[in-house]
Design a protein around this ligand. Structure first.
Ligand code: KIV
Ligand code: ZN
Length: 511
């Protein structure tokens, strides 16, 4: 069931069904994502989360396809979830029996109906396809199953034959007619025509199952609902065969934001569920994935951040909290002073105007060099600026490098540490690595460091270019600090930048 929250939104172009169900197939079509296989325990974990999320139906797998599929279906059914638990099966006795053996009460039964599927896959005539479908539905109904019937590849099936199939399966007792766009060829316009027409011909509830081959699955699903479809098949993160299915989070949030249609989903769980699916399947979402991508509520440009800080709706269609996500303000070359001030306030860092200008300048300079400044980077830069008046504890006294085709790169390093001169040598995979290993040995009683980022730029091209090195190091307490140096020798610039970051990390020890 659903309710419409925006009562003012009474658009005559909407022809909503009285009931709209959400049918989640993350555990079936979603698991058919190439390279993805879930264990029985993982499936159980996901099914419980989907139940908490509030989906009406969960397709848990294809019980006839493997013992694990059958076991997970049975175990999920035994949890006594609120959501209806569904198993997939072809139009044959073996598949229907597997669904029954898993104690399920609802089967999603399919058979290919397009000429491509009839001629090249099933090698069956139109009559045999209809006969097989009716015979199987008859058997399933006789055994007490609710039947949702899918005409696989419906959207490439001759329309008169598709309607013949649907008419006959309705006679056989199908409870739901599903319209799979198996290879994602629909557009919103064709969806409108098709679903409006199917709705005018059949009284049986209509479901849609749209694939995302052209990136239109969500748009097509929304269109189908606008035209009276009673149910949408969806998956978390849009997982599924090839480029996937309509994404649950996109369909749910778009329906709510566009029309105020509330499908009774606990939307604040969407982000964490997306994250769980990403971790369990190994398929991480791109940063620009709608609703759940890392950048869904991230802002960098000065103009946008200014607007967001005054009223988040200026540049966000929904709040991040609505889907359990969080807002991030990034700093970079487009950053404005407002964003920087708000970040510094958030981190309780007080800078005078001069220090603020310097930090602002550094952020812009880093942005121009293609870097995005994270919160940790900002803290390190601001902290460094605050402490720049303090003395450096480690100074480079000498550096000699030995490398040749036959010898392992070796570095002799001499440092003054808190007024005491020490020297040692060490080797590494290259000169910088050898020098860093020697430095680590010399400073081991003072601080332990890890080099987290190392980037090098050549200033003004050519073989005599200056090397401009930027590093980020961290200490064993998780403090991070930037380091920067320019020198005509790449190794020297690298070592000076590393020592710069170590000296800044040592400032944390004093505080
Ligand atoms: O995409 C499809 O056609 C399917 C069927 C099993 C309904 O997933
Ligand atoms: Zn599918």
């Amino acid at each position: 069931m659903y309710s419409v929250k925006n009562e003012f939104f009474k658009n005559e172009k909407l022809n909503l069904a009285d009931e709209i169900y959400l049918f989640d197939t993350t555990l079936r079509d979603g698991e058919q994502t190439p390279g993805v296989a879930l264990t029985v325990d993982e499936k159980i974990q996901i099914a419980s989360k989907l139940d908490n999320l509030g989906v009406d139906k969960i397709e848990v797998g294809f019980p006839a396809s493997s013992p694990g599929e059958s076991e997970s279906a049975k175990k999920i059914k035994s949890l006594g979830l609120n959501s209806t638990v569904i198993g997939l099966g072809r139009c044959n006795k073996k598949d229907i029996d597997a669904v029954l053996d898993a104690d399920l009460e609802y089967i999603h039964m399919f058979i290919g109906t397009s000429s491509l599927h009839r001629d090249y896959k099933l090698k069956m005539s139109k009559e045999s396809v209809i006969y097989k479908a009716m015979e199987s539905i008859d058997y399933a109904k006789d055994h007490g199953l609710a039947v949702e019937f899918s005409a696989e590849d419906a959207t490439r099936t001759e329309k008169d034959f598709l309607y013949d199939v649907y008419e006959n399966v309705v006679v056989a007792g199908a409870d739901f007619l599903n319209v799979p766009d198996t290879v994602g060829v629909l557009t919103p316009l064709f969806t409108r025509e098709l679903i409006t027409d199917i709705k005018s011909h059949f009284k049986t509830p209509i479901s849609v199952h749209f694939h995302n081959d052209f990136g239109l699955a969500t748009a097509n699903t929304l269109t189908a609902i606008e035209c009276g479809a009673n149910q949408a098949h969806v998956t978390i993160n849009g997982m599924g065969e090839r480029t996937g299915n309509a994404s649950l989070e996109e369909v749910v949030v778009a329906l709510y934001a566009a029309y105020g249609i509330d499908l009774n989903i606990n939307t604040s769980q969407l982000y964490s569920l997306s994250d769980l699916i990403g971790r369990l399947t190994g398929v991480k979402m791109p940063v620009n994935k709608p609703i759940v991508g890392d950048n869904a509520f991230s802002h960098e440009s000065g103009i946008h951040v200014h607007g967001i800080l005054n009223n988040s709706s200026t540049y966000e269609p929904i709040s991040p909290e609505f889907v359990g996500h969080s807002r991030k303000i990034y700093l970079g070359k487009h950053t404005g002073a407002n964003a920087l001030k708000s970040k510094l306030t958030e981190f309780h860092i007080d800078l005078n105007q001069n220090q603020f200008d310097k930090v602002f300048g550094q952020i812009k300079a880093l942005g121009d060099r293609g870097k995005c400044v994270t919160d940790d980077d900002l803290k390190a830069i601001a902290w460094t600026e605050l402490n720049s008046a303090r003395e450096t504890r480690i100074k480079l006294i000498g550096l000699n490098l030995f490398y040749d085709d036959d010898i392992v790169p070796t570095a002799n390093v001499e440092l003054e540490i808190d007024g005491v001169v020490k020297k040692t040598s060490n080797s590494g995979v290259g000169s910088v690595d050898a020098a860093l290993n020697a430095i680590r040995l010399l400073i081991q009683d003072t601080i332990e460091i890890e080099l987290e980022e190392y980037s090098i730029d050549a200033i003004n091209g050519g073989t005599d270019a200056l090397a401009d090195v930027f590093v980020i190091s961290s200490d064993s307490n998780g403090n991070r600090s930037t380091g920067h140096a320019i020198n005509d020798d790449i190794v020297m610039a690298s070592i000076l930048a590393i020592l710069d970051s170590i000296n800044k990390l040592l400032l944390f020890q004093k505080s």
